[in-house]
Design a protein around this ligand. Sequence first.
Ligand SMILES: NC(=O)c1ccc[n+]([C@@H]2O[C@H](COP(=O)([O-])OP(=O)(O)OC[C@H]3O[C@@H](n4cnc5c(N)ncnc54)[C@H](OP(=O)(O)O)[C@@H]3O)[C@@H](O)[C@H]2O)c1
Length: 229
Amino acid sequence: MKLENKIALVTGANKGIGEECVKQLLAEGAIVYGLCRSGCSHQHPNYTCLMADVRDFEQMQAAFGRVLNTHGQIDILINNAGLGYFSYCEDLSLDQWQQLFDTNVNGVFYGCKLALPSMKKQGRGHIINISSIAGLEGYQQVSAYCATKFAVRGFSDALYKEVRDFGVKVTCIYPGSVKTDFFRHSENIKAHDNMLMPEDVAAQILFVLKTPDNFHNVNVEIRPLKPRG
Ligand SMILES: NC(=O)c1ccc[n+]([C@@H]2O[C@H](COP(=O)([O-])OP(=O)(O)OC[C@H]3O[C@@H](n4cnc5c(N)ncnc54)[C@H](OP(=O)(O)O)[C@@H]3O)[C@@H](O)[C@H]2O)c1
């Protein structure tokens, strides 16, 4: 898909991978809406920040409604917003478990549910769901986060089969560790330079978005190799 003038919506747009996706989409000429629940620093004529918490369906509905009322379509949805809590199972609070599922799973479902009618109607669209390598294999003290990312993987795999005949693509992305603010709740893991960089993940996402209409990437696993030169 050519990205120029395409209508793109990115959740969790104010930092990390989401922030980089916004920057790279704008550089390609897309019209970008960022969903943020806190402030947003992007300044660009083609960028609009919409305040929404992905856990709240009504806020999501209002944000998607604004884009659809303005443009009548959403070409690209990047379900990026997410968070991680890391601890032994018995130490994880009920509230943390709930927050993880509300954000990482419900938020993805709400986004897809709200974007798909217009995508199916126009016979084109691309949904990117950000899972993790924690959606491919389990890690100790990461059980709840893994559960949410396995859920995103299962949901995405079923969804791509459901919508491909309508010309809609669903791609699930599985990044290894990325140097972002994501590990702020972890006592053991601190972001470092051997990790992937958020711009690397964003570049892969844009690569996938640019594929022609006759094929799609279903799953993309991205692992760090060595520090950038
Ligand atoms: N970093 C990694 O190692 C890594 C690896 C694999 C997958 N991922 C996944 O990649 C995605 C992006 O993570 P990141 O590394 O860029 O982390 P990050 O720097 O912490 O950014 C997360 C983004 O999600 C937003 N967000 C969280 N909860 C939200 C909510 N309820 N409503 C709206 N926005 C919300 C955050 O907004 P606030 O600023 O308001 O909190 C922030 O913009 C996540 O889905 C994460 O699980 C990350």
